[in-house]
Design a protein around this ligand. Structure first.
Ligand code: FAD
Length: 373
C-alpha cells in the first residue's frame, strides 16, 4: 500500500490516550486528522492502567488541566457511548499521620472532598478495608475501563472522520511529511504521542527533559466475596505520589512512618490502590521501577509485596487471575511538550497521570496556550 496521496491538517503518531485526545480535539475543531499506530490496536500504557481519572489529588499547574480533562471525559463518554463512572475515589487513612494528611487536604479543598467515618467509607466502597481510622471521598474523580475505553474512543473518532493507519510504524517526521513503514503522509502539523518512546525519534529532546522509563506491575484478582466496588480505593502510599497530597505538611511524617514500618514499599515504590473492572475483578497495584532502558526481568518480590499488602488491606486471601507490566514516560516535570522541528510537536505525559490529564493537555497543545518547553 502506498500513502502517497494521503494528507491531513494534523497527523498524530500513536493511538494511546494522548494521541486520541489530540485527534478528538482537532477533528472537533474542523481539522482533517490521520492517526498512525504501529500496533493493530492500542496496547500501550493507555490500556494497562487503572482507568482512574484522579483529578482531585493533583496540585499546582496540573490541577486545572486535570479539571478540564474531567469535563472532556464526561463529554466524550456521552458522545462515544462509553461508560465514565462518577464514583469518585475513597482515600483511606490507617494511621494518625495519614489522618492528619486527610484533614489538611480537606481543609484546602473544601467541597471537592467529603470526610468519611470508617463505616461510611466501607458502605461507599462496598467492602471494608482493615485498620481504617478515617477516609475522604474525592468526589470529582472518575473511572473508565481502560482496555475497552481506548477502542471505543478510536471507533468514535473514525465515525467523526478521523482516518486511522494501524500496524504502520512512523520512522520520521519533518518538513510537512510523516514517513511511515507504508509510505509518506503529508502533514500540516504533526503531534508525536509515542508515550515513553520519545528518545527513539528525538534523543536530544528526551535527554534535555530527563526522560526515563517507569515500569509498573499490575495484578487482576477476584473481588473478595464478590464485592461491587464503586469508587477507586487509594491508601497512605498514594499520599507519597500525587502532588495535591505530597504537598500537605503531614505527608513527610507518612513517608517516615512507611520507611520505619514497611521499607519494602519505598524500595519498590508501591502505590497500593485498586479499581474494579466491569466483570467484577479488581485491578490492584502498583510498583514503580525506573531506568532509561526498560529492564526485561521481573523481581517476584514486587508482586508478592503488592499481593500481601492488598490482602492485608482487604482482610482476605486474593486469587490472581492476570498479571501484566506497564511502562510510562517519566521526567522531573509532569509533561514533556516540545517542538524539535518546525511543525512537529512531541507530547508526552511524564508523571503517570495520562488518563487524568491527556484530554486537558491536548486541548492546550492544540490551541498553543502551553508553549513548547
Ligand atoms: C500500570 C499503569 C497504571 C497507570 N494508571 C493510571 C491511572 O489510573 N490514571 C492515570 O491518569 N494514568 C495512569 N497511568 C499512566 C497513563 O496510562 C499514561 O500516562 C498514558 O496512558 C500515556 O499515554 P500515551 O498515549 O502517551 O502512551 P501509550 O498508551 O503508551 O501510547 C503510545 C502509542 O504510541 C505508539 N507508538 C510508539 N512508537 C510508534 C511509532 N514509531 N509509530 C507509530 N506508533 C508508535 C505505541 O504503539 C502506543 O500505542 C498508568 C500507567 C501504567 C503503565
Amino acid at each position: 500500500m502506498t500513502e502517497k496521496d494521503l494528507g491531513a491538517d494534523l497527523v498524530v503518531v500513536g493511538a494511546g490516550i494522548v494521541g486520541l485526545a489530540h485527534a478528538w480535539h482537532a477533528v472537533r475543531a474542523g481539522m482533517t486528522v490521520v492517526v498512525v499506530e504501529r500496533d493493530g490496536y492500542a496496547v500501550g500504557a493507555s490500556v494497562r492502567n487503572f482507568g482512574h481519572v484522579c483529578t482531585t489529588a493533583q496540585g499546582g499547574d496540573v490541577l486545572p488541566i486535570a479539571l478540564a480533562a474531567r469535563e472532556h471525559w464526561l463529554h466524550l463518554g456521552r458522545d462515544a457511548g462509553l461508560e465514565v463512572r462518577r464514583a469518585g475515589t475513597v482515600l483511606v487513612a490507617r494511621s494518625a499521620a495519614e489522618q492528619a494528611v486527610l484533614n489538611e487536604f480537606a481543609e484546602e479543598r473544601g467541597d471537592a472532598v467529603r470526610s468519611l467515618t470508617p463505616g461510611e467509607a466501607a458502605r461507599l466502597l462496598g467492602l471494608a478495608p482493615s485498620g481504617v481510622v478515617g477516609a475522604l471521598h474525592l468526589v470529582q474523580d472518575l473511572r473508565v475501563d481502560a482496555p475497552t475505553a481506548l477502542p471505543a474512543i478510536a471507533a468514535h473518532l473514525e465515525r467523526l472522520g478521523v482516518r486511522f493507519r494501524w500496524r504502520t510504524a512512523v520512522r520520521d517526521a519533518g518538513d510537512g511529511v510523516v514517513t511511515t513503514t507504508r509510505g509518506r503522509i503529508r502533514a500540516g502539523r504533526t503531534v508525536l504521542a509515542v508515550g515513553h518512546d520519545v528518545d527513539r525519534f528525538f534523543p536530544d529532546t528526551a535527554d534535555e527533559h530527563g526522560l526515563t522509563r517507569c515500569r509498573l506491575r499490575m495484578l487482576e484478582v477476584d473481588a473478595p466475596g464478590g464485592a461491587a466496588v464503586g469508587p477507586a480505593l487509594l491508601t497512605g502510599t498514594s499520599m507519597l505520589r500525587y502532588d495535591g497530597l505530597t504537598s500537605q505538611p503531614s505527608a513527610r511524617r507518612v513517608r517516615e512512618e512507611v520507611l520505619e514500618q514497611h521499607p519494602a514499599l519505598l524500595e519498590h515504590v508501591v502505590n497500593l490502590m485498586l479499581t474494579q473492572r466491569p466483570d467484577g475483578r479488581l485491578v490492584i497495584g502498583d510498583t514503580h521501577h525506573y531506568g532509561v532502558t526498560e529492564d526485561p526481568f521481573e523481581d517476584e518480590r514486587s508482586d508478592e509485596l503488592v499481593l500481601a499488602e492488598a490482602a492485608r488491606l482487604l482482610g482476605a486471601d486474593l486469587v490472581v487471575r492476570r498479571r501484566w507490566r506497564g511502562v510510562y514516560a517519566s521526567a522531573p516535570t509532569p509533561f514533556l511538550v516540545a517542538q524539535p522541528r518546525d511543525g512537529v510537536q512531541v507530547v508526552s505525559v511524564t508523571s503517570g497521570i495520562g488518563m487524568t490529564t491527556a484530554l486537558g493537555l491536548a486541548e492546550r497543545v492544540l490551541t498553543s496556550t502551553l508553549v513548547a518547553a
